[in-house]
Design a binder for this molecule. Structure first.
Ligand SMILES: [Fe+2]
Length: 494
């Protein structure tokens, strides 16, 4: 791997030394929050949290373990507020479920950025959607927010961000151990927040280097050693947040943005949508052969932005995968929410699809599975092989993009949906499938997630029977406080 590309990414946003003060964003958000408590999922959090949850319903006796979650918690400092949801500092959470009791703990990941900025009392470094240029960026990890996922692996725990290293935390206390370097020559390389577990116990991951048009690829063994690493070149690479892994392939979707370096602009602001107009560019599906870590084939689809995948599997001469496809304006809409705007009529739209890539014809076909939705997850035992069930969040009402009230389990073969809608005032976070030991099907287990009761200002752990989501939660475990809204999480059985 060439360190040169790391430095190119690290240089994004390094420029004038001029900070984009955002007291205006802060003022507007707080005025809106007074009127709309539902915006509390984008509110600032401070300090550590610990408490027992009040359990109602029937917590299954065979559901024991720890549900690790992560999301942005600090959005405001020194009278300024970040302008994008993805910018906040990572707040790691663990819900320990044991013998009918639920214990919660949360604390900020002590990244270099969090420590430096806390000491300074102001934002110093550039983040994903807000340019700040008060501090010198030495490596990708100077800006590492560690705010996107929390992944238990090989007896250790990693807080992940996509632009730099994994950050290791203590699984019990969530204390920060430090930056993880998988191999010395991979130091500070981007390591995405969406690694995929291999059936052999290891994991696959990637890191995107849009400035250098490269994707770094990682195959980590079950013991944490690097089994393979490589780099593929993808011309006009833009933000790539997640990928899908089948038995033979790694599948990436590259959205049509022109990424232009601009003085005093954030990474998100440097993305210019190129999927509209007469010279609209396509969404590209880049398929990498796992055996060689080389690009096997590139397919073209109608222009969309994509963040999240469900799963992929090889099906004879084709590969199929689930993905949530968005309009290109989604990145800007997320910024509007941080200012407290509640766009309802003109928000960007999304839908979940299953895409089939046919290697012989070179054609990609897209079958619509579900309407506006996000946070797709599949049963962990099906990753990279044939699956039929996809968990998704959606909204029953016209509301700001990415605010959800409904949990769905979609049958990707029949299109049948088993869903539950929470009451008004609730906002649902990602839900994941947790199989019973020796599960015989994808629904032999539980659908576990979190939700925010925004009227009471409380965060709640939810447990559904995966075979009967529409029956409603088997159990709810309610905290006496609001914990930051999380992007992603994973369950570690006891
Ligand atoms: Fe994500």
């Amino acid at each position: 791997m060439k360190r040169r590309h790391v430095l190119q990414l690290g240089a994004l946003g390094l420029a004038s030394g001029r900070a984009m003060a955002d007291a205006d964003t802060l003022r507007r958000f707080h005025a809106a929050l007074e009127r709309y408590p539902s915006l509390s999922v984008f509110a600032d959090s401070t300090g550590e949290q610990a408490g027992m949850a009040l359990v109602s319903g029937r917590l299954p006796r065979d559901l024991n373990g720890t549900f690790y979650r992560n999301g942005p918690g600090r959005f405001e400092l020194g009278g300024e507020r970040y302008r994008h949801w993805f910018d906040g500092d990572g707040f790691a959470q663990r819900w320990q479920i044991l013998d009918g009791k639920v214990n919660h703990r949360g604390r900020f990941v002590q990244t270099q950025r969090f420590v430096d900025e806390s000491a300074a009392g102001q934002f110093l470094y550039p983040s994903f959607g807000t340019f700040v240029g008060r501090g010198a960026v030495k490596t990708n990890d100077t800006m590492n927010a560690a705010n996107t996922n929390l992944v238990p692996f090989n007896g250790r725990l990693y807080a992940l961000w996509e632009g730099g290293s994994a950050t290791e935390l203590a699984p019990d206390t969530l204390e920060t151990i430090g930056i993880k370097t998988w191999r010395e020559d991979l130091k500070s390389m981007p390591f995405s927040a969406h690694p995929k577990r291999d059936p052999d116990g290891g994991m696959w991951n990637f890191g995107a280097l849009p400035g250098g048009d490269k994707l770094a690829l990682y195959r980590i063994g079950a013991d944490g050693g690097v089994l393979a690493a490589g780099v593929v070149t993808v011309p006009a690479l833009a933000m790539v947040h997640d990928f899908a892994v089948s038995a033979r392939h790694l599948i990436f979707l590259v959205p049509p943005y022109d990424v232009r370096r601009e003085e005093g602009k954030s990474f998100a602001e440097e993305h210019h949508w190129a999927g509209a107009g007469t010279d609209a560019r396509p969404l590209r599906a880049v398929v990498v052969d796992k055996a060689t870590l080389q690009v096997r084939q590139v397919f073209e689809l109608a222009p969309h932005m994509a963040f999240h995948f469900g799963n992929a599997f090889d099906d004879g001469a084709t590969t199929r995968f689930d993905v949530v496809l968005h309009d290109g304006e989604i990145l800007a809409d997320l910024g509007r929410l941080m200012r407290g705007e509640r766009p309802v009529g003109d928000v960007s739209q999304s839908y979940t699809a299953q895409v089939r890539l046919d290697y012989a014809s070179g054609k990609a076909s897209v079958a619509r599975l579900f309407g506006p939705s996000e946070f797709p997850r599949v049963a962990p035992q099906t990753v990279s092989s044939r699956h039929r069930k996809l968990a998704l969040l959606s909204s029953s009402r016209v509301r700001p993009a990415l605010l959800f009230d409904t949990v769905n389990l979609v049958d990707t073969d029949s299109g049948k949906v088993d869903s539950f809608r929470f009451d008004a005032g609730w906002q649902v976070e990602e839900h994941i499938l947790v199989p019973r030991t020796g599960a015989r099907s994808e629904t032999d287990g539980y659908l576990v997630g979190a939700a925010q009761d925004t009227r009471g200002g409380e965060t709640v752990l939810t447990v559904f029977d995966a075979a009967h989501v529409s029956h409603g939660p088997l159990a709810l475990a309610r905290l006496a406080y609001r914990a930051p809204y999380c992007f992603h999480g994973n369950f570690a059985p006891a």
